[in-house]
Design a protein around this ligand. Structure first.
Ligand code: NAI
Length: 339
């Protein structure tokens, strides 16, 4: 019997990528809506659900999933802060994710944000389109010789560090588990305060959890160099948005590049261009000339999309065939799949 799979928050490009990798062991339904307490009733006849970064898979949702017979939550992303893993464990629902899918996709996006903010490509593009070739206000700085602080040197942080070392940057890192290879190639591990006070650019690449929530706040921003460039391609909750706005207003933060935002689930991945955006904090952020925001597109390359689809589907079949490993599984209950 085919596995009944429900894909939530499904975008047309994902439908295409997943369908291209799927075989006839799966019967797939795509739901454009996010999974949350209001939409969980759609899962009544499903075996497995596939979710993304802004689906809200809280304890209530997981209880309803378990009740209706869903035995596997397959995340099609690396981060898993939006899934209550304890509840899944308690209720015997397996949870898998895609631990790595070509970290270069996000690393290259982080560097694109740095270069765009530095050399003001977004402004130059508009000026030249408008026949304005004046250079006032476009002054940048050389990346070579600058110190970049990388917070979190897992797959993406390491890939970002490698690119930046190629530019001739000095790389400072903070991570509870230092990477020997990265150290050998010239990066230096240090404590958070040193990284904050010595870096010209700071890039966040650690996961969001209760220890890292609002890691960047008024106090940590105060420890940074005046005019620092801050880049967040990881998760919005790592930064306190009010503190970012204070830092921008006081000129402490000279450049801010965000691919993620604390309240992004209300905004991102949808077209709001004909609506009035109600989020005043987001709107304030977007008014600063030295802030560049992209809508969680760091992962969005052809290569990454196809790798995400194939790993997600192989996680689904691995669990079904009792071949699951802890590599991709965050919760691996000791029970066989119902036949
Ligand atoms: P990873 O698990 O390979 O690396 C995370 C690293 O952060 C680990 O080395 C860990 O020891 C370290 N870490 C944990 N807590 C820390 C802390 N408080 N301070 C410093 N380091 C800490 O994860 P990966 O693949 O590098 O992804 C990083 C994050 O990037 C994900 O958690 C996810 O939130 C985000 N992401 C964003 C995407 C986007 O499209 N913008 C796409 C994929 C991931």
């Amino acid at each position: 019997m085919a596995i009944k799979l429900g894909v939530f928050s499904a975008q047309p490009y994902e439908e295409k990528a997943i369908s291209a990798e799927a075989d006839d062991t799966l019967e797939i339904q795509y739901f454009p809506v996010a999974l949350n307490t209001k939409t969980v009733s759609l899962c009544d006849n499903l075996d497995v659900i596939c979710v993304f970064v802004n689906d809200d898979v809280n304890a209530d949702v997981i209880a309803k999933l378990a009740e209706s017979g869903v035995y596997h939550i397959a995340l099609r992303c690396a981060g898993y802060n939006n899934v209550d893993l304890d509840a899944a464990k308690r209720l015997g629902v397996a949870v898998s994710h895609v631990p790595a899918y070509g970290p270069e996709a996000v690393a290259e996006h982080a560097v694109a944000l740095m270069l765009t903010l530095n050399r003001k490509m977004h402004k130059a593009y508009n000026r030249v389109k408008d026949g304005n070739f004046n250079l006032n206000g476009l002054l940048g700085f050389n990346m070579a010789g600058k110190t970049v602080g990388i917070i979190g040197t897992g797959h993406i942080g390491r890939a970002t560090a490698r690119i930046l070392m190629g530019f001739g940057c000095h790389v400072l890192c903070v991570d509870p588990y230092p990477d020997k290879l990265l150290q050998k190639s010239g990066a230096r591990y240090t404590d958070l305060d040193t990284l904050l006070s010595q870096s010209d650019i700071i890039s966040l690449h650690c996961p969001l959890n209760k220890d890292s929530y609002h890691l960047i706040n008024d106090e940590t921003i105060n420890k940074m160099k005046n005019g620092v460039m801050l880049i967040n391609t990881s998760r919005g909750g790592l930064t306190d948005t009010h503190a970012l706005i204070n830092g921008l207003k006081s000129h402490k933060i000279g450049y801010l590049g965000l691919d993620v935002y604390e309240m992004e689930s209300e905004l991102f991945f949808k077209d709001h261009s004909c609506e009035i955006i109600q989020d005043d904090i987001f709107e304030r952020l977007a008014t600063f000339h030295n802030v560049l925001i992209t809508g969680h597109q760091g992962f969005f390359t052809q290569e990454a999309l196809s790798q995400i689809s194939s790993t997600t589907l192989s996680n689904i079949s691995a669990w079904h065939n009792d071949e699951a490993t802890t590599n991709s599984f965050l919760v691996l209950p000791p029970k066989a799949v119902p036949s």
